[in-house]
Write a protein that binds this ligand. Structure first.
Ligand SMILES: CC(C)(COP(=O)(O)OP(=O)(O)OC[C@H]1O[C@@H](n2cnc3c(N)ncnc32)[C@H](O)[C@@H]1OP(=O)(O)O)[C@@H](O)C(=O)NCCC(=O)NCCS
Length: 147
């Protein structure tokens, strides 16, 4: 079972604002892409993004930095997959790397007719994985409470 995926990207001048920082929306798009690839590889079927929560931009990413986007499965429901996505940016000349953004994504698996489809149940293996899964279940319960 594939549980995580890391995208490595360099960004272009059109991805930046006039101050030379990468637009938040560009980073969110990369986060979504890493989450989708992870979900495809976990469920081995089509998926859609159902939600993204608590997206935090922690520090600006500068043009020229290399961006590493890691998506990791933390929990599953019947048809959905909860993930954490973390963005790190590295200055390739100094090697300095810092966390730039993070957030939670929920992807839903779809069957051939576009209906939500069951995903393999998550099997946490470590104390940290159990803690992350419990936190995801709490976010899920809060979402349901807010409906
Ligand atoms: C996500 C979507 C498939 C859910 O369909 P639905 O008919 O509401 O299906 P259900 O109510 O059976 O929910 C299916 C799962 O989605 C989850 N879900 C639905 N809305 C959600 C939301 N806003 N955030 C997180 N999870 C959500 C449910 O909790 C459920 O998970 P579970 O089976 O693990 O308990 C549907 O709303 C959709 O297609 N949305 C558009 C997705 C899209 O276009 N994304 C952008 C491009 S990829």
């Amino acid at each position: 079972m594939n549980r995580d995926w890391t995208l490595i990207e360099t960004l272009l001048p059109q991805d930046t604002n006039p101050a030379g920082s990468i637009f938040g929306g560009v980073l969110m798009s990369l986060m979504d892409k890493a989450a989708a690839i992870t979900a495809w590889r976990y469920a081995r079927c089509e998926v859609v993004t159902a939600g993204a929560e608590k997206i935090a931009f922690i520090r600006p990413v500068r043009l020229g930095e290399v961006v590493k986007v890691e998506a990791r499965v933390v929990c599953t429901g019947r048809t959905s997959i909860d993930m954490t996505v973390v963005v790190e940016a590295e200055n390739v000349f100094t090697g300095e790397s810092r966390e730039a953004a993070r957030g939670f994504f929920t992807m839903v698996a779809l069957d051939g007719s576009g209906k939500p489809a069951e995903v393999p149940p998550w099997d946490p293996r470590t104390d940290e994985e159990r803690r992350l899964c419990e936190a995801a279940r709490e976010r899920r319960a809060k979402r349901r409470g807010g409906e």
